[in-house]
Design a protein around this ligand. Sequence first.
Ligand code: ZN
Length: 528
Amino acid sequence: MVTRISTCALEGVEARPVDVQVQIVSGQTIFSIVGLPDKAVAESRERIRAALASLGLGLPPERIIVNLAPADLPKEGSHYDLAIALAIMAAIGAVPRDVTEGSAAFGELGLDGGLTAAPGALPAAMAALAQGKQFICPSACGAEAAWSGGHIIAADNLMSLVNHFRGVRPLNPPAPGAAIDGNAVPDIADIKGQSRGIRALILAAAGGHNILLSGPPGCGKTMLAQRLPGLLAPLRAEEMLELSLIYSVAGLLPRGEMRRARPFRAPHHSASMAAIIGGGARAKPGEISLAHNGVLFLDELPEFSPVVIDSLRQPLESGEVFIARANRRTRYQAAFQLVAAMNLCKCGAESAEDCRRGPRCSEEYLSRLSGPFLDRIDLTVPLSAVKIADLALKSPPTFNSAQGQALAEGARKLQRERGDGRPNARISGAEVDALVQLEPAAAALLSSAAERFGLTARGYYKTLRLSRTIADLRLSEGNEAPVDQTVIRADVAEALSYRLPGQIGGTFGKAGTAQRARPRLISSSAFH
Ligand SMILES: [Zn+2]
């Protein structure tokens, strides 16, 4: 006689159904788990033995075979404990057999029979619902699992489950966790001066563009970056779910609380490849996936490992990341908006003239960023130090985040009306040709600039996408609904101003000087 219960194997945020089959037959006393278990699954035998003993249940002195099917799907993690324990309990008559057959279980066991949370309860509960099964999990996962909308049974320990199934003390189904707004985002009204930085930030928010802020320490790069989420639209319901699945697998959904605000992740430059891109023992999502549908802020960009920086290229392009494993790969979504910041040189001098190590200092610093990586940045914004006069300005700020958000939202609305809701930064090359109509003077300007600065094909399309956003912002500022959405020369000129040589590395000041003094910088920058 075989008793069964369902559980799942997690591959990224996908929960693949796993059938747990238990057979107890007479013969030599063994307890074995087959079906490609990893070390944590194999160890569950000891936890199960102890947890059942805590209920006064001993394992029968017979052959206990646990099969996790399908056998070719690798099983990782400790969340198989509960399903295996319940199937054994059904086999020895401690819980009704028909209950386990109609259930999926997920959770780790303590030696005392307590149920411990395991990461990934939300995708697991959704998979159970898709199979038409009730979902049994630890209380600590209940609020998270309840978001699936399925029938959830959440308990603190095995004894409560036994009492529930016997009808002695029924458990109440858990309520979904709260949807919270998250921490308040600071306002752009706090920023003095830096009007060009604020303009670039609104463009980034309007079209989903990647942005690189460069300037001396203390000029407000971090302040600007932190204010970008305040200019973005709140998460839509489906985006909130996508993101919560990633946080669930990362074990970062405390109390099952989902956030409405877009994520803002700011990993330190010493963070490892696995921490940023994802990976490690169970191929956990990295910072780029935790920033999905939101902002990834990399301060002191050239201080990050060049290998880490270059590995951002593929996700920046595709919005997803594949983590290579021994014999397979795990996929996570990673459609983040990149905000990067950097000083002018490694020693953090106020300007090129102030650096005691001379031009080599900034050359070495910049050489850590590859041309193909910089090519994926849409807006490069040099910032200068804030003038004392700006700081002393007593007059109230003329612009705040609510106004910036309304402006950007107008441009986003035009984008939604034109397409499927993807921002301008994420439309494909073929779509660019259809969606970005240039007036003749704009086309002439772009082709002469492309020739003069040797724009790559990617750089050319990036400029077109950014021009589209600049035009959308201009059109949305008008009072009447725009009929003609043609991109004009001024739009293209502004877009090009965020790509011109001399802007990367900032205070090398005028483009001409930079071009003469640092030819290698230009050849390794966005223009080749
Ligand atoms: Zn320096």
